[in-house]
Design a protein around this ligand. Structure first.
Ligand SMILES: C[S@@+](CC[C@H](N)C(=O)[O-])C[C@H]1O[C@@H](n2cnc3c(N)ncnc32)[C@H](O)[C@@H]1O
Length: 331
């Protein structure tokens, strides 16, 4: 079963990741006016992210695309507003279509763009992201999700740990091309987050190339997360500010947000346990206690061992208010 086929009630981390994004958007664009924005993403079959930005931020100007025609027919069936446009399109065509998409919503000034990739063609993804970035303007928001599953570097699955780590780095470099991987990357070790860390550096490098092409634009990282409900994924969000623009973006209050980040590679790992309602209630009643005491309150390990259980409980404490309840059919 692929990550996207796992039911959402078994994918709390993906849900939390999306909810943090929606809260981030609120922080970034509320004072600028969400009604000035066009939201563009691959919405998947149910457009869950489009529903979220509509319900929480009131953004009605929405564009969803997918390279699977049937998926798009399903999106059209599910679209949250009658202004949501669903199109069959590959992400490779997005950069050249941005003006056309803007033309569908003539009164809007800015884009929020989320490239929510599932595949592992990281080279094409980085190229597409760069082509999108150079076309953005002050006030825009850009987000990219990439597959950071170590297993996608199959060549690094044999040998001793040091050999594996070197082989993986060599494989990634040959797939992406030397110019797309920082020279400092020489190993990708067995740590589940290690590929995510390296890809975060590759995205930072890609953004610096976009900056060289459009020197008046600043691409400011605001949030980097990773989770592994099915496969491990990395998601990075940045905003665009133009040098010399009268408005400071993001505004000074942004750094007070608990999840705000100002570097590309400061990854927040969302690794919450999959909990029943009864388990959640017990943890919530003990939320102010230490991880060990929360574990004692449960009287079982929610993960494979105590160390992992404590890590997951720490993650639960951090992201508890975003944890899905799945009471609403459209969540
Ligand atoms: C992870 S799902 C989107 C989930 C959605 N954003 C959400 O928040 O629930 C990714 C979708 O993008 C489509 N997709 C993947 N790669 C694509 C590409 N390169 N171009 C167009 N569509 C793509 C897939 O068919 C899938 O429906």
């Amino acid at each position: 079963m692929s990550g996207s086929d796992i039911p959402y009630q078994l994918r709390p981390s993906k849900f939390i990741d999306r909810q943090i994004f929606v809260e981030l958007l609120g922080r970034l664009i509320q004072s600028r006016g969400p009604e000035a924005y066009i939201y563009i993403s691959m919405g998947g079959r149910h457009l869950v992210d489009h529903y979220a930005v509509y319900k929480d931020l009131g953004i009605k100007a929405q564009f969803s695309f997918d390279n699977d025609k049937n998926q798009v027919a399903r999106q059209a069936f599910n679209r949250p507003t009658d202004t949501t446009v669903c199109a069959t399109m590959d992400s490779a065509d997005l950069p050249s279509k941005l003006d056309e998409i803007a033309g569908k919503f003539p009164s809007k000034r800015n884009f929020i763009i989320w490239l929510d990739y599932t595949g592992t063609d990281h080279k094409a993804q980085l190229q597409e992201a760069e082509e999108v970035l150079v076309r953005l303007r002050h006030g825009d928001v850009f987000r990219i999700t990439m597959n950071a599953n170590l297993k996608c570097l199959k060549e690094g699955s044999s040998g001793n740990p040091a050999e594996r780590a070197k082989k993986r780095a060599d494989t990634l470099r040959s797939r992406l091309g030397g110019a797309n991987v920082p020279t400092s990357v020489t190993v990708i070790d067995d740590d589940p987050l290690s590929l995510a860390r390296v890809l975060a550096q590759c995205v930072a490098l890609m953004a610096s190339k976009a900056k060289l092409r459009e020197p008046s634009l600043n691409f400011v990282p605001v949030l980097t997360t990773s989770y592994a409900d099915g496969q491990r994924m990395l998601t990075m969000t940045c905003v665009v500010s133009e040098q010399g623009h009268a408005e400071i973006f993001p505004n000074a209050n942004f750094k007070r947000w608990a999840f705000a980040r100002r570097t590309w590679d400061d990854i927040q790992d969302i690794s919450v346990p999959v909990l029943s309602a009864k388990e959640r209630f017990r943890l919530d009643a003990n939320l102010k206690k230490s991880g060990k005491k929360m574990l004692t309150a449960l009287r079982f390990l929610p993960a494979e061992n105590e160390e992992q259980s404590l890590l997951e409980l720490a993650s639960y404490k951090k992201f508890q208010r975003f944890y899905p309840a799945f009471r609403h059919v459209d969540d």
